[in-house]
Design a protein around this ligand. Sequence first.
Ligand code: FAD
Length: 414
Amino acid sequence: MDFTLTEQMVTWRKIAREFADDVVRPVAAQLDAEPDPRDAWSWDLVEAAEAAGLRQAPLPERFGGSDTDYVTNTIILEEIAAADLGTAVVLAQHWKFAQMLNELGTPHQREKYLARNAANPRGLFAASFTEPTAGSDNILPFRKPGAGMQTFAAKVDGGYVLNGMKHYISNANRADTVLCFARTDREGPLTESVTAFVVPTDAQGLRIGKVHDKAGERSANNAEIFYEDVFVPDEDVLGEPGTALRSVGRLLRASNAYAASCALGIARECFDRTVRWCRERVQGGVPIIEHQAVGSYLADMYLNVDVSRTYIWRAAWQARTPETFDPVLAVAPKLVTSERTFDSARRAMELWGGAGVMRENGIEKLLRDAAIWLHSDGTNIILRERMANLLRTADPETNPWDGVPAEAPMIGII
Ligand SMILES: Cc1cc2nc3c(=O)[nH]c(=O)nc-3n(C[C@H](O)[C@H](O)[C@H](O)COP(=O)(O)OP(=O)(O)OC[C@H]3O[C@@H](n4cnc5c(N)ncnc54)[C@H](O)[C@@H]3O)c2cc1C
């Protein structure tokens, strides 16, 4: 196994780092401080990402991209998240659902939506699963008939009519295209009853509700979406009706690694800034890094970054084909990284003393951003439960993971 980055990866890391340092970092604190969540947004950042080749990077050249691989994408996201989590999440969400449409879509859908999106320097994707009464029940499907999401797509002549409401949706109020996950069978188990629809956000009957006022990740907007008699033609059904959640598991193989990379950027920033601080801050007559207890905190913070990154790279590498993909890796990188990142943010807060809580220093932002990842892309309890389900289905006579069926339920990573 070789962890040496290719020349291309190093180039992309440089591009991402320059974008992060020159464009994102200077405006991150101000966006974070906007009291109205609708103002915590910058189209300039999206356009600058476009200019740097980052907005469409993982997509084929035909759609303005460079076909960057999963490992490269995690490297890019780590760089951007180190400067500002929200900006990395805007791209990560856009990428994974544009990639899903690219893999699962018909030639017509790719031409209609990916080409249109590529031509718009502000083009972004969003995906809507979560509803006020159905959060974890979509990710760890609750097998009671009719449980989970309730948004319903009624079959009509030539298409479907969507009705329902989603909330917490990243990029909802900024995207030009949203994937709507809706029941096409009201009573069936979720895994067989949900269909994905490609919906332009200017479709008649699609309405954005409130923009949520979040504790962290503020420069990424999350909003409610109301689907009120939204007609979607048959040609805009994504994949086979009723199979959407299985497709998500099969096609969003790097989704969890993307999420983990966003968290990793925070942990790295906590470490880098705190090491510098500990070299400068003098107490007890020496820079505080000289105190044994401080050094041991920094060692843990270093490990949090290195362990997480190693795991993310492995997960992203294995995700490159369905054959090399391990279902555990669809769950574990975010779980491992988010808890380590939160630990790093807490340690940073302590090592910065009173300066840690002063907003002018930006350490408390890292703590608020780190908190987002304990539940985003599935709460860590739910991800543990999904791993436990994989263990339960594995053959106990062998290495526990050897028996995990390739088609093990890997539902909706959002
Ligand atoms: C910043 C952010 C971005 C998001 N982006 C998107 C997006 O783009 N698209 C989208 O569709 N959604 C998105 N979400 C929604 C996100 O996926 C959900 O918030 C998450 O899945 C948890 O659902 P919930 O908030 O309803 O919590 P709940 O499901 O209500 O969970 C509450 C608690 O109960 C626990 N719990 C629930 N069920 C079980 C169980 N069966 N066994 C044990 N414990 C359980 C959970 O672990 C948690 O601790 C986003 C959320 C946020 C805040």
